[in-house]
Design a protein around this ligand. Structure first.
Ligand code: HMG
Ligand code: MG
Length: 299
C-alpha cells in the first residue's frame, strides 16, 4: 500500500534558483521562501553555501538566510559541499543541512571537482562535525538513473553511495534523477536493489527532474515502493548548471495536485502556491513550467 503520509520537500529557492540565468536579489529570494511557507510548505531548502565562483546565483546565501522570517513548524535546510560550507551555514543560523554526492565519476568531477569517492572523503568530516553539534543532515545522490556522459548507472554504484551516506549520519537520502531520464520501472528496480542491501524506503526520498516528462510517474512508482518524501520546485524552476541536459525539478504544484488526488493532506494551499509560482516566474521572466499552475491560473 501507499505510505500513510507524504512530505513535500521544496527545493525551488536552491535547486531552482541556482540554475536560472536571472539572478534575484536577496530580498526577493527571502520573499519567495516566505511565500512558500505561507502557502503551507513545511520543508524549504532555502539556499546553498557552496563556492560563489561555482554558483554565483547563490553567492548571497548568508544574506538570504539573515532576511528569513522563520515560521514555527517550518524547516529551512541549506545545501553544503564541505566544511567551509558547514561553517558558513551554521554562522548564518542554519540548523539543518543537505550534503551531496554522485553515483558517477564524471558528474562528481564536473560538480565537485573531485572523483566520487573523494567527494565522500570530503563529506566525512562534515558529517562528523554536524553529528557532534546536533545539525541534522540529509544526503543527495546525483545521477542515480543515468548520466549524460556515462549513460546507464549500475545499481551497485548507487547502493554503495546511499549506504555510505546513511552509515555516516544522514537521516535520509534523496535519489537524484539529475537529468530526468529515469522511468518508473527503473525507480522500482533501484528501490528494490536498495531494499536488498538493507535500506528501508523510509530512509529515502525521490528527487526527480522532469526533463523527459517522467517525474510524476516516477513519484508514483516510488510511493508504491514505500517512499514518503519527494523533492519539487515551485513552478518547476531550475535545472543543473553542471549537467547541460537537465531541466527543472518536478513542479511542486503538479506534485501537490497528484498527492491531493490520491487523498493526501499536504497542508499546501494550491491557490496560494500558484500565485507564488506566477509571481516568481514573472520576476525571472520565464514561462511557468508547471502544468497544474498553468491550468489553474486560466480558470
Ligand atoms: P574547488 O575549486 O575544488 O574547491 O571546488 P577549493 O577548496 O579549491 O576552493 C576554491 C575556492 O572556493 C576557494 O576560494 C575556497 O575558499 C572557496 P579562493 O581561495 O579561490 O578565493 N570555497 C568556498 N567558498 C564559499 N563556500 C564554500 C566554499 N568552498 C570552497 N563552501 C567545491 C570545490 C566543492 C567548493 C565546488 O566544487 C563547489 O562549490 N561545488 C558546488 C557545485 C554546486 O553547487 N552544484 C549544484 C548543487 S548539486 C545539485 O544541484 C544536484 C542535486 O539537486 C541533486 C540532483 O539533482 O541530482 C542536489
Ligand atoms: Mg537537483
Amino acid at each position: 500500500g501507499l505510505p500513510f503520509s507524504v512530505t513535500v520537500y521544496e527545493v525551488g529557492p536552491r535547486d531552482g534558483l541556482q540554475a536560472e540565468q536571472g539572478i534575484l536579489d536577496a530580498a526577493t529570494k527571502a520573499a519567495l521562501i516566505g511565500r512558500l511557507g505561507a502557502a503551507g510548505l513545511t520543508v524549504i531548502e532555502a539556499t546553498a553555501f557552496v563556492s560563489p565562483k561555482w554558483i554565483p546565483q547563490l553567492a548571497d546565501a548568508a544574506e538570504v538566510f539573515a532576511r528569513l522570517d522563520p515560521a514555527a513548524g517550518i524547516r529551512y535546510p541549506v545545501l553544503v559541499p564541505n566544511l567551509r560550507g558547514l561553517e558558513r551555514a551554521v554562522a548564518a543560523g542554519a540548523r539543518e543541512i543537505a550534503v551531496f554526492a554522485s553515483a558517477t565519476e564524471t558528474f562528481a568531477r564536473n560538480n565537485l571537482n573531485r572523483g566520487a569517492r573523494d567527494v565522500l572523503a570530503q563529506l566525512a568530516p562534515v558529517l562528523a562535525e554536524a553529528g557532534r553539534t546536533g545539525v541534522a543532515v540529509r544526503g543527495y545522490v546525483s545521477m542515480c538513473f543515468g548520466d549524460p556522459w556515462e549513460g546507464e548507472v549500475p545499481f551497485a554504484r548507487v547502493v554503495e553511495t546511499v549506504t555510505w551516506l546513511l552509515d555516516h549520519g544522514c537521516g535520509r537520502v534523496s535519489l537524484g534523477d539529475t537529468i530526468g531520464t529515469g522511468t518508473p520501472g527503473h525507480v522500482r528496480g533501484l528501490i528494490d536493489a536498495l531494499g536488498a542491501a538493507g535500506v528501508e524506503p523510509s530512509s529515502l526520498a525521490g528527487h526527480f527532474h522532469d526533463t523527459y516528462g517522467q517525474a510524476l510517474a516516477n513519484v508514483h512508482a516510488a510511493l508504491q515502493a514505500g517512499v514518503a518524501e519527494f523533492d519539487s520546485s515551485v513552478g518547476g524552476l531550475g535545472g543543473c548548471p553542471y549537467a547541460a541536459s537537465a531541466t527543472g525539478n518536478l513542479a511542486t504544484e503538479d506534485l501537490v495536485w497528484m498527492l491531493h488526488g490520491l487523498g493526501y493532506d499536504t497542508g499546501v494551499d494550491l491557490t496560494a502556491l500558484v500565485r507564488t509560482s506566477t509571481w516568481i516566474s514573472d520576476r525571472l521572466r520565464r514561462p511557468n513550467a508547471s502544468r497544474a499552475a498553468t491550468a489553474l491560473s486560466r480558470r
